[in-house]
Structures are given as C-alpha cells and as structure tokens.
Design a binder for this molecule. Structure first.
Ligand SMILES: *[C@@H]1O[C@H](CO)[C@@H](O)[C@H](O)[C@H]1NC(C)=O
Ligand SMILES: *[C@@H]1O[C@H](CO)[C@@H](O)[C@H](O)[C@H]1NC(C)=O
Ligand SMILES: *[C@@H]1O[C@H](CO)[C@@H](O)[C@H](O)[C@H]1NC(C)=O
Length: 350
C-alpha cells in the first residue's frame, strides 16, 4: 500500500516536472519565430545619441502630422457601407499546392460564422486560376491572379471585397477555425485601428542611429512589439486603400517593396501606425495558430534580417520619422490563463 502510494506520488511529480518543462519552453518562447528565422540580429546597447529618424510621437517638425486624422472621413464615406460584422480572407499562394490544400481544407471544414468569402491571390502566374466554388457551409472561394508580379498585390483593396475586415494570410499559416472567429471578434472590439494578428516583430534603435528589425526581446520591461506580420493579420480595408494612395511617402514605400521584393508587411504596419498613432495587437485563441512552415520562402534566404532592417530605415526616411509604436500586451482567449500550470507549480512547491 505504501509503495503503491509512493509510486503514485512519484508518477505525479514526474508528470508535474514534465509539464513544467513543457510550460517553461512555451513561456520562454511566446513569440516563437516562424517565418523569417534565418537571419542575424544585431545586439543593442543603450546610447546617448538618438535614432536618425526619431519616433513620430517624439518629433517636432511642422511637416509631420502624427497621427494623421484626415484620412478617417474619406475612409468612412468610401468603406462605411461594407459589412462590419463579417470578414474576408485574402490568402496569398505561391506554388505550394499541398499547403494551400491543407489550409483551405481546414478553414472550410468547420463553420466560421462571420467568414464571408475567401479570395486566393494566385501567384502561380504560369497556371490557369482554378474555378471558383462555394463550400459546404456556403462560403464562396474565388481566385485572383494579380496583374503583375509584386508583393504589393496582396494588399490591393479589391473593389469586390464586401467586408471592412480583411484577414491577410499566406497559404501555410492559419488560426484554427474556432480561434479565427474569436480573433475577428477581438478585432471588432479592440483592433480596428491596428494590425491585429498572430506574429509579432520589433524595431529597435541601434547606437549607429539605424533602426534594427528583430524577433523582439523577452527580457522583462523590454518584451514589447511594434509590428504584426501580414501572414496572419486582420486589417481594415481603409488601410489597404491608403497603402495604394498617391501620398508621396506611401508611393515611395510601394516602389521600394517592388525593388526589394520584400517588406510589404512592414510597409502596411508603418501606414497604420502613421495614420492612427496606434501599435499593432497580438491575439491568440485557445490554441497556437498552425504553421505548416514549408522551407524555401523568401523569408528563409540569408541576409533576410538585414534586408528587413534596411526597409525600416528606408520607410522611416520616407515618413521623415519612425511611426511604429511599441505595445506591451496581447489578448488571449479565456479567463483561466495558465491556471493549470500554476496548480502544478503549487503542487510541487506548496
Ligand atoms: C526623443 O527626443 C529626444 C529629444 O529630442 C531625443 O534625445 C531622443 O533621442 C528621442 N528618442 C527617440 C527614440 O526618438
Ligand atoms: C518642410 O517641408 C518643406 C517643403 O517640402 C521644406 O522646404 C522644409 O525644409 C521642411 N521643414 C522641415 C522643418 O523639415
Ligand atoms: C521599443 O522598445 C524598445 C525596448 O525598450 C526600444 O529599443 C525601441 O526603440 C522601441 N521601438 C519603438 C518603435 O518605439
């Protein structure tokens, strides 16, 4: 009897230890890098000299209005009539039929109450676009071949979109259907001025005065973020519209994205923070999003992080200041945050 108890006790402790190790790994890496993990990140020391392009919130030039509020009225009259309580998925694909099929199957298998339409941005230029269809739950799926081979095309405010909310995504990453509905509802409540999504990135000022692109620090008081990637993020269609406007700074951004074949997502984060003065919003559901992570994307190429850092500096020059805003918190589904982990911890130490 005693040995049975002891066995049960040691099994419990073993289980508890395993769980806490798992938790530690999860906690230690909450913003786990998925896409652009191949790069090098420069270390940052504190310094007296400020960045070459200071924060827009911190500059005094009469030429910069931050946040710029003038776009709101135009956006309201142009897009106020679109559905507010539904969303569209704009999903980019590039010669990855297996990932596309898996992602699409997962999203169409369950009923997602607020999903209005899925538009696949078909970058397989040498292939005919598949025929549109309607899913078993009544969601129309159509394919759009861009008019040119440009990363900007993913952000094009298609006049056929019927919803204010657009979920920008890639074919290899998705929220589980239950979580997707939740993230959309969080966008409606808290995220309309923000890039609202799953994957955070950071901009830090280097001693040289340049801005550095990185995966975000996990140190206490520095664990902030200022961008959310467009491979899984909600945006209001008005920001896509502004991204394609003839504002000279935004025109420079689009031209640079074409030249560098990179950074359309950074560009959209700049536009949103410039217009609203708000940073992005990280939201996770009950579970982690799914990342199929095929190798061979642009984000896997060497020099990727340096290229992304260059975009930060080119874009800050275009705006004559750094519009990105550090945010410190995120939204997560449910009330009992980490309670199971705490109860295990208490059982071991209590
Ligand atoms: C903010 O402005 C102050 C004073 O002009 C400057 O010293 C500082 O470097 C600026 N900080 C940033 C992050 O732009
Ligand atoms: C503001 O913009 C005008 C015209 O582009 C330029 O001549 C002037 O030097 C700028 N002023 C500042 C403080 O940057
Ligand atoms: C965000 O905070 C970090 C760490 O405190 C800082 O180095 C960085 O300059 C800030 N970035 C922005 C865009 O404010």
């Amino acid at each position: 009897m005693v040995s049975l108890l002891r066995l049960r006790r040691s099994t419990t402790i073993l289980l508890a230890l395993t769980l806490s190790v798992v938790t530690f790994v999860l906690l230690a890496n909450p913003l786990s890098p998925v896409a652009d993990s191949a790069g090098i990140s420069l270390s940052v020391q504190s310094t007296g000299a400020g960045p070459r392009y200071p924060l827009c919130s911190n500059q005094t030039s009469a030429n910069v209005t931050w946040p710029s509020q003038s776009w709101r009225a135009a956006a309201e009259s142009k897009y106020g009539g679109l559905l507010e309580d539904k969303f569209t998925i704009a999903m980019s694909t590039f010669h990855r039929p297996r990932e596309l099929h898996r992602t699409l199957t997962a999203l169409l298998a369950a009923k997602i109450p607020s999903l209005h339409e899925i538009v696949i941005i078909w970058n397989n230029f040498d292939e005919k676009t598949p025929d549109p269809f309607v899913s078993q739950h009544g969601v129309p799926v159509r394919y759009r071949k861009p008019t040119r081979d440009s990363l900007n095309e993913k952000l094009w405010p298609d006049p056929e979109y019927r919803t204010q909310a657009i979920l920008l995504s890639d074919d290899d990453v998705y929220y589980r259907p239950d979580d997707l509905e939740f993230v959309f509802q969080m966008w409606r409540k808290f995220g309309k001025d923000r890039m609202t999504g799953a994957l955070a990135r950071c901009a830090t000022a280097l001693p040289s005065g340049d801005w550095d692109y990185n995966f975000c620090s996990q140190k206490a008081h520095q664990d902030v973020y200022s961008m959310v990637l467009t491979n899984l993020a909600f945006t209001h269609i008005a920001f896509l519209d502004y991204y394609f406007s003839d504002d000279p700074a935004v025109t420079k951004i689009r031209e640079y994205v074409d030249e560098a074949f990179n950074c359309e997502d950074i560009g959209l984060n700049f536009v949103m923070s410039m217009l609203t003065g708000s940073g992005p919003l990280l939201v996770r559901g009950s579970s982690q999003y799914i990342n199929l992570d095929p190798s061979g994307g642009i984000s896997r190429q060497t020099g990727h992080m340096q290229a992304r850092s260059k975009c930060l500096n080119v874009f800050a020059e275009a705006f004559q200041c750094m519009p990105l805003v550090n945010e410190t918190g995120r939204i997560e589904h449910g009330v009992k945050h980490n309670v199971w982990y705490k109860s295990v911890w208490n059982r071991i130490h209590g």
